[in-house]
Design a protein around this ligand. Structure first.
Ligand code: PEP
Length: 255
């Protein structure tokens, strides 16, 4: 019932894959396969592919995102990209706080919060990733941890700005491992995130937020995961690199 209050969004995270030429081929394969989607369809691609992909999706229902952005507007930050640079190109979405950024590139809850702030100020829609390591799940602290990540990342975000925030619950142990959370595990944590949002912004605002599951979602398991009442879409890594598989997930979210 509440599911009708929010938009399902399937977002691909291509990670460090695809040259511009390969990106063009992949997105052109996706366009006809996803054109009848009754959900949001987003591809988050490497910076060097943004121009090519933005050009290729013109006039289609596919929207484009980046995989990260810096929190400063400009300056001496060699190798970084600002949120304003992304919006100036026509980029609409940005993934913030992906576990690979947290694990390999030193992102913390504090830098995630700063990136969220910068992205929202620039007019982007944020796909905010939260999730626990396996040891944390085994210690029984998943809900507390995910609640804390969510609260810190959203520090200073207004209720109005929340309409440009998607939250992706991504258990780290399920990312790129082929180990998917069960539909019940995914739903339980997505529901916990919604409770946190409700405590911060009230139930009406919380019921309008799209909460995705991410972690080895694929053409075979998507339907069961997306059927869950608090799972409103998916952040898809590996399976977003295959047009056919990605389109099957988009169809599952469109039912
Ligand atoms: C991701 O990168 O966000 C992700 C969920 O990857 P995968 O689908 O490959 O587990």
């Amino acid at each position: 019932m509440n599911k009708q209050l929010r938009k399902a969004v399937i977002a691909g995270n291509w990670k460090m894959n695809k040259t511009p030429a390969e990106a063009k081929t992949l997105v052109e394969e996706m366009i006809p396969l996803t054109k009848d989607a009754d959900c949001g369809v987003v591809v988050c691609v490497p910076y060097v592919d943004l121009c090519t992909v933005l050009d290729a999706v013109k006039g289609t229902n596919i929207e484009v995102g980046a995989e990260n952005c810096h929190w400063e507007k400009s300056g001496a930050y060699t190798g970084e990209i600002s949120a304003d640079m992304l919006t100036s190109m026509g980029v609409k979405y940005v993934i913030i706080g992906h576990s690979e950024r947290r694990t390999y590139f030193g992102d913390t809850d504090v830098t995630v919060q700063k990136r969220v702030r910068a992205a929202l100020d620039a007019g982007l829609t944020v796909i905010l990733c939260v999730g626990e390591y396996l040891e944390q799940r085994e210690q029984g602290v998943t809900n507390e941890l995910v609640a804390m990540q969510t609260k810190i990342a959203l520090g200073g975000v207004s209720c109005e700005e929340l309409s440009r925030v998607i939250i992706a619950y991504e258990p780290v142990w399920a990312i790129g491992t082929g180990k998917t959370a069960t539909a019940e595990q995914a739903n339980e944590v997505c529901a916990e995130i919604r409770r946190v949002l409700s405590s911060l912004y009230g139930s009406e605002a919380a019921n309008g937020v799209t909460i995705q599951y991410g972690g080895s979602m694929n053409a075979k398991n998507a339907e069961e995961l997306l059927d869950q009442p608090d799972v409103d879409g998916g952040l898809i890594g590996g399976a977003s690199l295959k047009a056919e598989d990605f389109s099957i997930i988009v169809k599952a979210a469109s039912r």
